[in-house]
Write a protein that binds this ligand. Structure first.
Ligand SMILES: [Zn+2]
Length: 436
């Protein structure tokens, strides 16, 4: 029965659940899709579609926007299940670390009962997760239900490990497309953003990590899902290292914004060094033309390992082969979303088993390596947005002692994304400098 609490499910998603159980949980149902003139509106993702684009038969229609969650169509209803209020209880919290004075100030504000909408705008490596402990603890102790949400599966897995360690007695449910376990009710949920479509007024505290990241930005469906997954009196916290203008504009009137411009270890962000490289796409694969890049890599390797970001898997694979030939004394490998060994490779990079790790954008956020310098090959490629460039640059000098980590952007055309990313890093450093 608990498994239905706070859920938003289609008729077909309830087929396995006995009718008596469904009856025992307070619920209301609405048509999954409603016709409004010449278009339909989906009650799961809130999006509208013209009927000529979504017709199944003369009188039946489906929503094409949320197909990935299973088809939502006119034959279905959406059940919105209620959830009883919890009672205050004891929660074990075991964290040995300490917040800096600035982190503490933000953590206290987030946990205070008065304000219900927050954005934490904090540089990469500033310890955002730790600033949440206080709010999570307060909500759980009051008998509330909490969720921490990220667009990336890797980040969800990492958060799961961290929260399990500091809340050792809590049953934490991890939900994403690749999780093996079936859904079960718990008061603490970690999930990908898309899972929010299956919750309704469920959470007293909902934290959304990396609101600047794909696929949250510019997706009104996801913002509808998160606004309705949180309880009416619940608290919503957005986290971002680099919010985009659109998000900021949208949330400014109702959100309290907390900025943290200095990293946990009190050092400034390494500022990207820009290197113009004519026709880098072709020249990086020519042994003669690649020499200047090799020199930079070798110099960086004297002090740190190197993370080299490429805009595509095809280019990365070819470049890896060339680097292996030209730099035979170094341990070089690559990793992408299609790589089955990716978790193991990332782990091996953590233990410093590679000198150069080539990567597509999958390592853009949520991962921390000690002692790395960062190179972006083709920072002007359209797949690198301002926020991804800021995140990638933020992989350098995250933790441990100072090792002179550096960041290089290779480009042919100085795009707006490059300019904005560099400006934002400089601005944060100017602000951070005053805090030191
Ligand atoms: Zn839909």
């Amino acid at each position: 029965m608990e498994n239905l609490w706070g859920r938003r499910l289609l008729t077909k998603e309830l087929e396995q659940v006995p009718k008596e159980v469904i009856k025992n949980v307070e619920s209301k149902s609405v048509p999954a899709v409603i016709k409004k003139g010449r278009s339909i509106q989906c009650n799961r993702c809130s999006k509208r579609t013209r009927i000529r684009e979504c017709r199944l038969s003369e009188s039946s229609f489906y929503c094409p926007h949320c197909l990935f969650l299973g088809r939502c169509d006119t034959s279905q209803k959406i059940y919105l299940f209620g959830q009883p209020e919890g009672s205050p209880r004891e929660v074990i919290f075991s964290w040995e670390g300490k917040l800096t004075a600035r982190q503490r100030k933000i953590a206290v504000k987030l946990a205070a009962p008065d304000k219900r909408r927050h954005l934490v705008w904090a540089v990469t490596g500033s310890g955002k997760t730790e600033m949440l402990y206080e709010s999570l603890l307060t909500a759980l102790r009051a008998g509330g239900r909490v969720a921490v949400v990220s667009p990336r599966i890797d980040v969800c897995n990492e958060l799961f490990l961290r929260f399990t360690a500091v809340f050792p007695e809590e049953q934490i449910t991890l939900l994403h497309g690749k999780a093996d376990e079936p859904y079960r009710y718990s008061t603490f949920v970690i999930c990908t953003t898309h899972q929010l479509y299956r919750f309704y007024r469920a959470f007293d505290l909902l934290v959304i990590d990396e609101v600047d990241a794909f696929p949250y930005v510019g997706d009104p469906g996801l913002s509808y899902a998160s606004d309705t997954a949180v309880k009416l009196q619940g608290k919503l916290i957005y986290l971002s290292a680099t919010p985009d203008d659109q998000t900021l504009k949208k949330i400014k009137p109702s959100f309290e914004i907390h900025r943290l411009a200095l990293r946990f270890h009190q050092r400034l962000l390494p500022e990207p060094q820009l290197v113009f490289w004519n026709n880098w796409r072709k020249n990086c694969l020519k042994p003669k033309k690649i020499r200047p890049l090799l020199k930079v890599i070798e110099r960086l390797l004297e002090e740190n390992h190197v993370l080299l970001f490429c805009p595509s898997i095809a280019l990365m694979t070819s470049l890896k082969e060339i680097l292996k030939v030209c730099l035979p004394h170094y341990r070089i490998t690559d990793v992408s979303s299609r790589d089955e060994k990716r978790t193991r490779k990332v782990q091996k990079m953590r233990t410093e088993s590679y000198d150069v790790l080539l990567s597509t954008m999958i390592l853009e956020r949520g991962v921390t390596f000690e002692r790395v310098s960062v190179i972006v090959l083709g920072a002007d490629h359209p797949s690198f947005t301002k926020s991804s460039l800021v995140q990638i640059a933020g992989r350098a000098d995250r933790k441990g002692a100072f090792t002179n980590s550096q960041v290089y952007f290779y480009y042919e055309e100085k795009t707006r994304a490059i300019q904005k990313a560099c400006r934002e890093i400089k601005d944060m450093n100017r602000e951070g400098e005053k805090l030191r």
